[in-house]
Design a binder for this molecule. Sequence first.
Ligand SMILES: NC(=O)c1ccc[n+]([C@@H]2O[C@H](COP(=O)([O-])OP(=O)(O)OC[C@H]3O[C@@H](n4cnc5c(N)ncnc54)[C@H](OP(=O)(O)O)[C@@H]3O)[C@@H](O)[C@H]2O)c1
Length: 264
Amino acid sequence: MPVETRTPPARPLFSLEGRVALITGAGRGLGYEMAGALARAGAAVVINGRDRDRLAAAAEALGATTGGRIDIAPFDVTDAAAGRAAIAQIAATHGRLDILVNNVGARDRRPLAQYGDDEVRQMIETDLVAPMLLAREAARLMVEQRHGRLITVTSIAGHVANRDDPVYTSAKGGLTGLTRALAVDYARHGITSNAIAPGMFATETNRHLVADAAFSAFVDVRVPIGRWGRPEEIAGAAVFLASDEASFVNGHVLVVDGGQTIRM
Ligand SMILES: NC(=O)c1ccc[n+]([C@@H]2O[C@H](COP(=O)([O-])OP(=O)(O)OC[C@H]3O[C@@H](n4cnc5c(N)ncnc54)[C@H](OP(=O)(O)O)[C@@H]3O)[C@@H](O)[C@H]2O)c1
């Protein structure tokens, strides 16, 4: 390979013009923020969730604020056939799929002893099996295109264990492994695989914890930045990993946690 200093391209850094993205669980929360940011960077974005009305409202709001093209794909990520059909529909409508953000993640903090067999399986289905199958389907298109960005939303719980949270922690740890496995297997097809590991964000799911003064006081002490993450603070990580500027970043887990996991 020639070693040379090249003239940088004139296009803006992190531009996603011409790219097509699918983001699961994007009707609200972190997925919604990432969808908006990808659209602002120029991508055509397809948002997923189970509730069609919520998705339609989110698509309208995102379209109005970003000026971008936002389509909806209502399906349950645990329905593999529905996920396959949605990706086929994206290929038919847009002609390609460049970015998959596997963002859906269910959580139910309880000791393992309080989980039934089927409850464990259900959460692993949602948090680990579904992202794996969606990545497989998306990668089929990406291999043909010789371009793709697989982005998996894990959690700092994929690195460190919290008390009484065994199923979520196991699934997120599994997603870290999946991220690396896909990075190794698909890189030669022009596809990168990376993860985003959020820390504690003030999203709808955490509303009760944000409102809990004692818990928020704990966040202030535990997180070096001294506060909850604002949902929009996740967005830059997604745009970066989806962009051409991240073309040599592969198998990485980008932790976005205000420094929570690096402090003693
Ligand atoms: N918030 C945090 O502080 C935090 C911290 C670490 C990691 N994370 C991770 O970040 C991701 C997003 O978290 P969040 O708090 O923003 O999410 P959230 O608000 O709990 O969920 C986002 C959307 O996912 C959709 N959804 C849930 N189950 C689904 C399914 N089976 N199929 C399709 N859509 C489904 C829901 O819409 P419908 O009800 O319409 O389906 C919901 O609007 C998750 O993977 C989570 O584990 C979050």
